[in-house]
Design a protein around this ligand. Structure first.
Ligand code: UGA
Length: 437
């Protein structure tokens, strides 16, 4: 395999993990970020996000001279054959995507472009963004240098981003240029993954369509979980039964409090806005959103039904992150639940293995008391809400939990525990779509 010189603009989840993994397979990578504080932290070996395995890979590749960080875009573009854009594409109030960071980076690349480069969009963007990026670079590139724009959406999941990047199910490359395609294939050769070559528009659409389909799967199983609750069927058995059909598959059929995070809520809203703008409204996705919201409301109703009044009740919440194995608390249903309970006057004590620092830094759970362990959180509690299925919670000493609680009631929003075991242990236990006691 021949090593390539790559530049990644934007050192967030996607940019940083991609850069580190590209270096890990032997490429020479320069990561560019416009936040000098972040660059300084990375240069001194501090990783701004928690992602299993990432720190080791970054340190190893920095030491090997394959990975470095800068805040100068010109340094990155000058010294790379392929330039990846991995900057945020946040939502606007109406759900449509704010593309101003992409547009700004396209102008900046154009300003320093001196010879042929492949400019790759890795950020999640609406279909037809590649066309705009190409127009922008052409307009602002006074040197008239040649370039190609490619779409290469990223499918990594937070919490297992390194594994997803090192062993992707597929790599999607949208390109209209053979020259660019040849270079992109060289970039991905070491990963030995299936490569799907498409036009740029299709590649862009694949990303929104994939995330929307996964969210749809989650809302589907959550809607079925409501029917299980009403009928006495068991959602875990139902999910196993339908998931065993290879055409359906068992993954993303875990009923719970609904999807959250920095991708699904934003991307589903974006796909709705994109389809509206194209004159082909995708109304099914509005139902996906509605079911997702209802799932949390149904859970809270269960809590109210059991506790009667929430005001002044001591409620422990386990979990703040939007899923386990990450420190990301953006658009987390767990955070929403903490704030809903606080708003209703409950006295909330919360604990999360990795998410508390960011929750405090971003002032996301100001009405709750954060403590340092799962057991400390349940001290004197009248109910425990499990909002994120961290492995640490699955292994907790439940006898000790019961001893510390004032009344042993557990509301499990992620179906982490087995109802029969919980009954034997003497808990009043309520979960999602399963017969409980
Ligand atoms: C998601 C996609 O899975 C990635 O492929 C994609 O690259 C990424 O968005 C992105 O667009 O950047 P991520 O948001 O990191 O990844 O996390 P997921 O594992 O997909 O979980 C999303 C949410 O769905 C979480 O809140 C999780 O708790 C929930 N979920 C997931 C369920 O409620 N049930 C399930 O069965 C699976």
């Amino acid at each position: 395999m021949s090593s390539m010189d790559l530049c990644i603009i934007g050192s967030g989840y996607v940019g940083l993990v991609s850069g580190a993994c590209f270096a890990e397979v032997g490429h020479k990578v320069v990561c560019v970020d416009n936040d000098p504080k972040k660059v300084a932290a990375l240069q001194s070996g501090r990783i701004p996000i928690y992602e299993p395995g990432l720190e080791d890979i970054v340190h190893r590749n920095v030491s090997a001279g394959r990975l470095r960080f800068t805040d100068k875009i010109e340094d990155g573009v000058d010294n790379s054959q392929v330039v990846f854009i991995a900057v945020p594409t946040p939502p606007q109030p109406d759900g449509s995507v704010d593309l101003s960071f992409i547009e700004k980076v396209a102008r900046e690349i154009a300003g320093v472009l001196k010879e042929y480069r492949v400019v790759v969009d890795k950020s999640t963007v609406p279909v037809k963004t590649g066309e705009k990026v190409a127009e922008t670079i052409k307009r602002y590139n006074r040197a008239g240098a040649e370039f190609d724009v490619v779409s290469n959406p990223e499918f990594l999941r937070e919490g297992c981003a390194v594994a997803d990047l090192m062993k992707p199910d597929r790599v999607v490359i949208g390109s209209a240029s053979d020259r660019a395609l040849a270079l992109m294939k060289k970039v991905y050769e070491p990963f030995m993954a299936p490569i799907l070559v498409t036009d740029i528009n299709s590649a862009e659409l694949i990303k929104h369509a994939a995330n929307s389909f996964l969210a749809l799967k989650i809302s589907y199983i959550n809607a079925v979980s409501a029917i299980c609750d009403a009928s006495g069927a068991d959602i875990e058995k139902v999910a196993d039964g339908i998931g065993a059909d290879k055409r359906i598959g068992r993954s993303f059929l875990n009923a719970g409090l609904g999807y959250g995070g920095s991708c699904f809520p934003k991307d589903i809203a974006a796909f709705i806005a994109i389809s509206d703008a194209l004159g082909v409204p995708f109304t099914l996705l509005k139902e996906v959103q509605r079911i997702n919201k209802d799932q949390k409301e149904r859970f809270l109703k269960g809590l109210r039904d059991a506790l009667w009044v929430l005001r002044d009740k001591k409620i422990a919440v386990w979990g703040l992150t939007f899923k386990p194995d990450t420190d990301d608390v953006r658009s987390s249903v767990a955070i929403e639940i903490v704030n809903d309970l606080v708003k209703e006057g409950a006295i909330v004590t919360a604990y999360d293995p990795k998410g508390m620092e960011k929750a405090v830094e971003w002032k996301m759970v100001e009405g709750a008391r954060l403590v340092h362990s799962a057991l400390e959180a349940v001290e004197g509690a009248e109910a425990l809400v499990l909002a994120t299925e961290w492995g640490e919670f699955a292994n907790v000493d439940l006898q000790e939990v019961k001893k510390r609680m004032m009344t042993p009631m557990i509301f499990d929003g992620r179906n982490l525990f087995d109802p029969a075991t919980m009954k034997d242990l003497g808990f009043a236990y309520k979960c999602i779509g399963r017969s409980t006691v």
